[in-house]
Design a protein around this ligand. Structure first.
Ligand code: SAM
Length: 292
């Protein structure tokens, strides 16, 4: 509608009215095209039974779309200069709560359980501040609050890393960390022209859907993620190089590392980027059983 915050004219008016200057260091690139926001809400499949967590409401462009289509919206905004702005722009909505905190420092469970019934469906929908995309995603995935779906905007290049499969250039420890918990897909690409100010690169909306169980069953999760990280320390090197770099090069260790790889049925000359999550699972089980 023409009352939307997300138009070039309305956004300019709001910024001017409140004398607000955008802070690059906080990743403040605001959306000025409401078609994108409609598509985000459609991708999330929101309804009036669903509660939503937003990170970084900015001046409320996405927040108002979320408020119209969901039950309750809890939005974390670190920049206290935006509080009076949001009070103004979101005054028509009585189902939005702004939490003036760095989301990564917030006790999610405590804050949400004060406001929401956590047995109801809960989603994260956000246009993320790009300087902390990865920490924010991992924060939600690892939280004790069970989040079933995340629909989030990030740089296209990061979205490709999150969603890529073995063998592709973008596949790495981030792909595996996310896909361990979630089914991951790029929903659509967003051109940089729909933001003010315009970022240097295009963006993408990704949709993450919680898996019933993790993508692979492992004996020890901590070791699994440790092996994954070790395998990608030097992308161009073989598993053998990276793993012996991590676990040690003396004869005793070497022998056990060979046994571990053998247990997993994995050729030490392969590179980490070729291993599926299931193969990483077997390898980490092997290392756990034979080496540690
Ligand atoms: N949602 C608005 C939109 O789509 O137009 C603004 C998105 S803007 C890309 C990112 C927002 O995140 C900014 O409002 C910024 O102040 C906020 N932000 C940055 N770091 C944050 C943090 N650690 N915790 C909460 N919000 C943060």
């Amino acid at each position: 509608t023409n009352k939307d915050i997300a138009t070039p004219i309305r956004t300019k008016e709001i910024l001017k009215k409140h004398g607000f200057s955008l802070k690059k260091s906080l990743g403040q690139n605001f959306i000025i095209d409401s078609n994108i926001l409609t598509k985000i809400v459609d991708t999330a499949g929101l309804n009036k039974q669903t509660n939503v967590v937003e990170v970084g409401p900015g001046i409320g462009a996405l927040t108002e779309h979320l408020a119209r289509s969901s039950k309750e919206v809890i939005a974390f905004e670190i920049d206290d200069r935006l509080l009076p702005v949001l009070e103004d722009t979101l005054s028509p909505y009585n189902n939005v709560t702004i939490i003036n905190k760095d989301v990564l420092q917030a006790n999610l469970k405590e804050i949400l359980s004060n406001k929401l019934d956590l047995t109801e469906p809960l989603m994260v929908v956000a246009n993320l501040p790009y300087y902390i995309t990865t920490p924010i995603i991992m924060y939600f995935l690892e939280s004790t609050v069970r989040i079933d779906t995340l629909v989030v905007m990030m740089q296209k290049e990061v979205a490709e890393r999150v969603t890529s499969a073995p063998g592709s250039k973008a596949y790495g420890s981030l792909s595996i960390a996310v896909q361990y918990y979630m089914d991951a897909e790029i929903a659509f690409i967003v051109p940089k022209t729909v933001f003010v100010p315009q970022p240097n690169v295009d963006s993408a909306i990704i949709k993450l859907t919680r898996r019933e169980t993790p993508a692979v069953e492992v004996l020890n999760e901590k070791i699994f993620f440790e092996v994954v990280r070790a395998a990608f320390v030097q992308r161009r090197k073989t598993l053998w190089n990276n793993l012996s770099g991590r676990y040690g090069k003396n004869e005793g260790v070497k022998e056990k590392l060979i046994e571990a790889l053998d247990y997993a049925g994995i050729d030490p000359k392969r590179r980490g980027e070729t291993l599926s999550l299931v193969e990483f699972g077997k390898l980490s089980d092997g290392i756990y059983l034979k080496l540690l």
